[in-house]
Write a protein that binds this ligand. Structure first.
Ligand SMILES: Cc1cc2nc3c(=O)[nH]c(=O)nc-3n(C[C@H](O)[C@H](O)[C@H](O)COP(=O)(O)OP(=O)(O)OC[C@H]3O[C@@H](n4cnc5c(N)ncnc54)[C@H](O)[C@@H]3O)c2cc1C
Length: 638
């Protein structure tokens, strides 16, 4: 049977419905990115640079210096990687320094620092040890402290914050065997007790980071459905669960390509009694809570990725000067120089994005749900390219483990470990594809609301007329404005050498809005399934945001003096390359081989090209001919 692209079935529409219900639909505060996708370059929202209120610099500097000293002198990342364990003394020292409570308010025993300081701490940690970064981030960016800060009752805060600040490790448990990117199939249930004072939690969670050593968990579970207008509405609720409660079992620790010391496991809940007062926010709001938590939680990974990019740059700068091949340091050969130039300016852009988003989050008054998703998407992917280039520049030494390098007297530079540890960043906390879908949804939603029915073949005549009137009056004013703007004038002069790029961003964002509208008119509601087109639209938006963030930060640094002029140089280079990528993406929005590619993929999935897989040993899996190797189940007890 032939199916159309992403053809609909009941399970798909149910997933979409649940995701839509959890989605925040109201935009109460201004969003730079939403405006950008609508063709409005709202520079005033990010320039002058939104520097958060001062006041913590001296205290933050002292804390960060102490952390830096500890990481550089006391942490043996090679041993952590090889032993698959962060030593208890290291965790204890992190506790002593307050690292588990960086963002927890002072009144509850935390350090009470801003998102910016938290990001800087994560950047430091990530540049040294990805396992410690994951421990701290899973605890504080998505674990109990973050949703507790946003949605906890005063009683919950009084009860849990002091414990968390002292270092009670926490975790976030959403994923299950059948539930990855799509939470609709959640099977963990929480059934209210007869007297209604508690819920009985049952189910199993997969890949819960920190799960094997956490004291406290945020658990997402299905609570009884509600009937709304005669239709069943699935409810997902978030609970704080204590790991030592009867019925909570760590079934197994999972092992990965990298992050060898990640305390990640399968957690089983067998009739666990959870008091009603441990609901976070309210019944049925669990998925929304998870999404809102991630809006801020997602700001950490971009900072971590920037930290890793900086380390990679340092490794490459030193090695490309030192290593001589074919009569010259390898950095002087153009192919290597090209990578180093790109690496430096991308690192600057990544840090600019991470810092700008953290500053906006801290200053408040912005809606940063799109910025956080974009920062996660852009920085994880840009960082991966940098790590890959670093491996190439280090050559064979990049591929060799640090301990093997050390054993034969070479510098133990851990690029091999960096690559293993890094890759998962593009998968967890929302995969790159899911981030692009989220951004596409929010970026084109306005037009779909306004004109969707006009191009929807299933819409009634009445709906079409209403949509035509609505769209007609809006687009009559909006569309002509997309053809002319400041980008054609000698504007943005305060940006000096960068003004030319700011003008390009202004012009491109209007063009992006025009292209988005054409895509809706051309494909109607089925645009939702044209992911290759939507993803190009998102990628253009991402480049424009990266350019704007780099220019405003470089401008701010230049005004402060010091290294500012170097920052302008880096921003200028980033924008030159970014503008070329934008040009390429615009060209392929409508002129591409998408349909051909999609058809080929369908043929592959139908097995038409299975002949290509001959001459190899059969790979394991459900349809494999190879005998299954079943590992002995290992049970963990606390
Ligand atoms: C090391 C590690 C740590 C983790 N820590 C935690 C944790 O602490 N807590 C927790 O709850 N979870 C955790 N996870 C789970 C993680 O968040 C999921 O792996 C992630 O959500 C993706 O789900 P999945 O792996 O099942 O992929 P799937 O959802 O099965 O997706 C597989 C692929 O298909 C793509 N895809 C899926 N749907 C679409 C679509 N509609 N359109 C286009 N592409 C699509 C995905 O992007 C991906 O590339 C962790 C995972 C790992 C590996």
């Amino acid at each position: 049977m032939k199916h159309g692209r992403g053809s609909s079935n009941t399970a798909q529409s149910e997933s979409r419905e649940i995701a839509e219900l959890a989605r925040e639909t109201i935009w109460e505060r201004p969003s730079f990115l939403r405006n950008l996708f609508l063709g409005k370059f709202s520079l005033n929202l990010i320039h002058p640079y939104p520097e958060p209120e001062g006041g913590e610099e001296a205290r933050a500097r002292e804390f960060l210096d102490q952390l830096e000293e500890f990481l550089s002198t006391q942490v043996d990342s090679e041993a952590i990687d090889q032993n698959g364990k962060i030593p208890e003394e290291t965790v204890e020292e992190l506790r002593r320094m307050g690292v588990f409570g960086i963002k927890i308010p002072l009144e509850y025993g935390g350090l009470g620092f801003s998102q910016l300081t938290y990001n800087r701490a994560n950047q430091l940690i990530s540049s040294k040890d990805a396992n410690i970064a994951a421990l701290i981030s899973a605890h504080q960016s998505i674990g109990v402290p973050q949703p507790l800060k946003l949605f906890g009752t005063p009683e919950q805060k009084r009860k849990y914050f002091p414990r968390l600040a002292k270092g009670a490790i926490s975790a976030f448990a959403l994923t299950e065997f059948h539930v990855g990117s799509d939470p609709a199939n959640l099977r963990t249930t929480a059934i209210p007790t007869e007297d209604g004072t508690a819920f009985i939690l049952s189910g199993e969670k997969l890949w819960c980071t920190n799960g094997t050593r956490a004291e406290l968990l945020v658990v997402m579970a299905r609570t009884p459905s509600k009937i709304v207008n005669g239709k069943e509405k699935k409810q997902i609720t978030a609970f704080i669960v204590e790991a030592n409660w009867p019925g909570v079992e760590v079934v197994r620790r999972c092992r990965f390509m990298g992050l060898k010391a990640l305390e990640n496991g399968i957690i089983r809940f067998h009739n666990v009694r959870v008091p009603r007062e441990n609901i976070l926010w309210k019944e049925g709001a669990g998925l929304k809570l998870a999404l809102i938590t991630l809006n801020t939680g997602r700001l950490t990974l971009p900072a971590s990725c920037a930290g890793i990019a900086k380390s990679a740059l340092q490794i490459c700068r030193r090695w490309a000067n030192e290593r001589v091949q074919w009569g010259a340091p390898i950095g002087k050969h153009e192919a290597v120089a090209e990578k180093i130039g790109r690496m430096a300016s991308s690192t600057f852009a990544m840090e600019s994005i991470a810092e700008l988003c953290a500053a906006m989050s801290e200053k408040g008054g912005y809606d940063i749900r799109m910025e956080a998703a974009l920062a996660k998407l852009f920085n994880t992917e840009a960082g991966w390219r940098i790590v890959d280039d670093t491996m190439q520049i280090r050559g064979g030494r990049g591929y060799e483990t640090a301990s093997s390098l050390a054993a034969r007297g070479d510098d133990p530079i851990p690029v091999e470990r960096m690559m293993r540890d890094y890759r998962v960043n593009l998968i967890f906390e929302g995969s790159s594809e899911i981030m692009r879908l989220f951004l596409a949804r929010e970026g084109v939603d306005f037009h779909m609301q306004l004109a969707g029915d006009l191009v929807n073949p299933k819409a009634s005549i009445g709906s079409k007329i209403k949509a035509a009137l609505r769209a007609g009056s809006f687009y009559a004013g909006w569309y002509p404005r997309l053809w002319f703007g400041k980008g054609y004038l000698p504007s943005y002069r305060e940006f000096g050498d960068l003004a030319v790029h700011m003008r390009s961003v202004e012009r491109s964002c209007r063009k992006l809005a025009r292209m988005s509208l054409y895509a809706i008119l051309r494909y109607g509601p089925s645009l939702e399934h044209r992911q290759m087109i939507l993803f190009r639209i998102v990628d253009i938006g991402a480049e424009l945001f990266a350019m704007a963030a780099s220019c405003v930060r470089a401008n701010m640094l230049a005004c402060k003096g010091g290294d500012g002029s170097h920052a302008v140089r880096l921003a200028d280079h980033f924008c030159r390359l970014s503008r070329r990528r934008v040009e390429g993406l615009f060209k392929t929005i409508f002129h591409n081989s998408d349909s051909n590619t999609y058809e080929l993929a369908r043929e592959v999935l139908e097995g038409k090209h299975a002949w290509l897989e001959s001459g190899i040993i059969d790979q394991p899996g459900k349809n494999s001919k190879a005998p299954a190797v079943v590992p002995e189940p290992v049970r963990l007890s606390r």
